[in-house]
Design a protein around this ligand. Structure first.
Ligand SMILES: C[S@@+](CC[C@H](N)C(=O)[O-])C[C@H]1O[C@@H](n2cnc3c(N)ncnc32)[C@H](O)[C@@H]1O
Length: 229
């Protein structure tokens, strides 16, 4: 499955390499050139017009591989998107992911703010990149376009992926062809963790009290029991 397929360059390349491909995107494929190229190539790829938040295995099926290139930072809820993708993959299935990062922007900001020399920029970036933080770019300072929202560090995207049901996450921050080598971007792969088949289940987000584990108490300050608030 190619999520955020747009005109379909990767859909058709995956098909050329032998895959049966479903492309998913919110765009009308007659307005992008997806349908025109599909016709020219006599492609059997299936296009589903829809958003990743609504992508469910009950309607789309289960996939061996998902490509999620150039999309997560366009979303206001990237964690939800990765939870959805986990459920679209078979256990052990592969996710290939690519997208923007906040690391270099944050490093420059910090260096300038503290008046640090340019020579320390690389080290500042490396330290930043190991913190699980994401930059919500409501002012659109990184890519100067209103459709870009969350920019994680490498450590942050890795943590989100592990929490969303992936294992053996391997990410790299580097310039790449997806974005014409202009910015360092995150790219890598991961496997759907068989031990975490349903990361979106509410019980993984907040405890839900049951009769058995709530001890009656006069003082709400001790609620929830034995949990951090
Ligand atoms: C920067 S383009 C990436 C296109 C292609 N994957 C690539 O790497 O060249 C982002 C794509 O994500 C799609 N997109 C944005 N929000 C989406 C959503 N909620 N669900 C599915 N696709 C979405 C956009 O319509 C667009 O086609």
């Amino acid at each position: 499955m190619d999520i955020g397929a747009y005109d379909g360059p990767f859909t058709f390349e995956l098909e050329r390499r032998g895959a049966q491909v479903t492309a998913l995107d919110i765009q009308d494929p007659d307005i992008t050139v997806f349908n025109a190229v599909k016709k020219i190539k006599n492609s059997a790829a299936l296009y589903v017009r829809g958003g990743v938040y609504d992508a469910l295995p009950e309607t789309l099926g289960i996939f061996d591989l998902v490509l999620f290139a150039g999309v997560y930072y366009h979303l206001k809820n990237p964690v939800l998107s990765l939870q959805r993708i986990r459920k679209l993959l078979k256990d052990g299935g592969e996710l290939f992911i690519e997208g923007a990062s906040a690391t270099d922007h944050l490093a420059e900001h910090l260096n300038n703010g503290l008046g640090l020399p340019k020579s320390s920029l690389r080290m500042t970036a490396e330290i930043r990149d190991r913190l699980p933080i994401s930059y919500f770019d409501a002012e659109h300072r990184i890519y100067h376009h209103w459709s870009n929202w969350w920019f994680p560090t490498t450590r942050c995207l890795e943590a989100i992926m592990v929490d969303s049901g992936f294992r053996n996450v391997d990410l790299e921050l580097k310039k790449n062809a997806f974005y014409n080598y202009s910015h360092r971007r995150l790219m890598g792969r991961a496997e759907a963790d068989p031990a975490k088949p349903d990361p979106s289940d509410q019980k993984h987000e907040h405890m839900v009290a049951t009769k058995d584990d709530v001890t009656p108490t006069k003082d709400l300050a001790s609620y929830p029991p034995n949990q951090h608030r």
